[in-house]
Design a protein around this ligand. Sequence first.
Ligand code: ZN
Ligand code: MN
Length: 256
Amino acid sequence: MIDPVMMSSISWVEFQRRVAHENLVVFIPCGSLEQHGPHLPLGTDALLCTAVAQSVARAVNGLVAPTLNYGYKSQPRCGGGQHFPGTTSLDGHSLSQIARDIIRELARHQVRHIAFIDGHYENQWFLTEGIELAMRDLGKTAELRVMRLEYWDFCNEETLKEVFPDGFPGFALEHAAVIETSLMLHYYPDLVHLDLIPSDGPAKFPAYDLYPPDISLVPASGVLSSARGASPQKGALLATQICSSIAAAIEREFYA
Ligand code: ZN
Ligand code: MN
């Protein structure tokens, strides 16, 4: 299917025209292949950051580069950990180098604005390292500017109050829980199995990590706090508010 917002769907001729004639922002969604409980698919983080990037790109006339479908290693306190079958992760160094390579390549083609839309908490410092290394490679005279964000940070208080009428458990435990499940119901309803939502949680972790991890602390389902209460209506509310807030940040930093 041809989607003109996707960089992989347009020709080099069209790409060249858009870079030359528009103040083009290229979005790079960054996900993971990671367990998300029995009710959501392994690709949840990648699917959601891609959907968010597409919505924002449509709003600001940007372009979405292919998603990074693998991410840094799942950590027990925010993603359940590496022990779940199917959780398939990169070393931090690999992720940083991929980010660095893509930035350098886009800069070589005269792209001046790049936004990493991160959907997997564990990615953030390795993406940051890739950005830092690329900026150092390109040197002080490069006109390139890069934004990196975790999309859930754009949820405002009003939205959180509506999504969590009984109180918000915090983003660290929001793994395969109400926010991700609601957003999946909004963007990809066919991939959600509401009948399989477990009643685990909320998980209780100490304020430190151990290696090797104590997997007895992680709920067996992989869900860190209950996804009950998720709905497509909450998903629509979250998606609309998050995307308009990210679009506003893009306008402010890259178009103002
Ligand atoms: Zn996730
Ligand atoms: Mn994740």
